[in-house]
Design a protein around this ligand. Sequence first.
Ligand code: SF4
Length: 55
Amino acid sequence: MAYKISAECVSCGACVGECPVDAISQGETVYEINADTCIDCGVCVSSCPVDAIAE
Ligand code: SF4
């Protein structure tokens, strides 16, 4: 099960560079995690200043 970015996301982009498999990209409203690419490492969670990323 991949991690997900909630509507709390402020689109700061802080998580993008942290992901080892480049699974995070900018979506229409908030950033998105590609569920097929995400390896569930959890590295992005602590990079988010508004705690918008959870499993
Ligand atoms: Fe990338 Fe790991 Fe976050 Fe998945 S959990 S989006 S692999 S940093």
